[in-house]
Ligand binder design. Structure first.
Ligand code: HEC
Length: 222
């Protein structure tokens, strides 16, 4: 009973407050209209005539359903392209960014320097040694655990093969060997080829062709 009476009083208070707020607003509007009646009606007319349509148009333009637009995933069928495929071949003659610079590096053999050989040995040890072995004989650790054995770099066919053959194998892979194009930069491919050449020389050169000093040092080794 008490609670009912209490809530009724609270309701009454709220109603009174609301009406007094309302009457204040109405009074303010009345004063405004009295002070400048023409301005009030004209600006209201403008508001409804111009701003409102603009607002509505802006809102409608925002509802273009971008989140639900048709989307194509790779390898899907397409009704947009005449050949019915989503994946489209690049136009003939397209050159990928950076491809010309890469080709320029591969086109010309860099001068053979100690720095190039050093870089080549480092890259060879990182990328090729697991299969081809430190000496290039094709007896790397992976091969000793069952991976197919690559040919020995010292075999006559590979000693006589041009540098381009090695560049091609690195870029495209060969038989069961996969491509190293993504792992070995073009300049480093030349460095690796230089190191492979030094491995071939180390295993095929005639000891008598060495300078006297080097030959003695070699023969003194156990
Ligand atoms: C995972 C093991 C593996 C790695 C790593 C590897 N190769 Fe090979 N490579 C092979 C195998 C196996 C063959 C023989 C492939 C065949 O005949 O099917 C081969 C063959 C080759 C040949 C001989 C191609 C010919 O004409 O017979 C060259 C040259 C060669 N690799 C270079 C490289 C270089 C350079 C690297 C490092 C950038 C490298 N390989 C890294 C496994 C490997």
């Amino acid at each position: 009973m008490t609670t009912d009476r209490l809530s009724a009083t609270a309701l009454g208070h709220a109603a009174l407050k609301a009406t007094s707020k309302c009457s204040r607003t109405l009074r303010f509007l009345g004063i405004f209209r009295l002070a400048c009646p023409s301005l009030a009606t004209r600006s209201a007319g403008r508001w409804f005539g111009v701003f409102l349509p603009v607002c509505v148009l802006t809102l409608v333009a925002g509802c273009d359903q971008m989140a639900r637009q048709p989307r194509a995933d790779a390898q899907e069928a397409s009704r947009f392209f005449p050949d019915g495929k989503v994946n489209q071949a690049p136009p003939v003659g397209t050159v990928a960014r950076g491809e010309l610079a890469r080709d320029a590096v591969l086109a010309e053999r860099p001068p053979l320097t100690a720095a190039l050989l050093e870089r080549g040995e480092e890259r060879y040890r990182i990328n090729c040694v697991p299969c081809h072995g430190l000496a290039g004989d094709g007896l790397g650790t992976v091969v000793q655990r069952g991976f197919p054995r690559p040919p020995d770099f010292a075999e006559p066919r590979l000693v006589q093969a041009p540098d381009r053959h090695f560049l091609k194998v690195i870029e495209h892979g060969y038989g069961v060997m996969y491509s190293y194009a993504a792992r070995v930069k073009p300049a480093d491919r030349w460095a690796i080829v230089a190191h492979i050449r030094s491995l071939q020389l180390a295993r095929t050169a005639d000891v008598k062709a060495l300078p006297e000093e080097d030959r003695r040092a070699l023969e003194a080794r156990p």
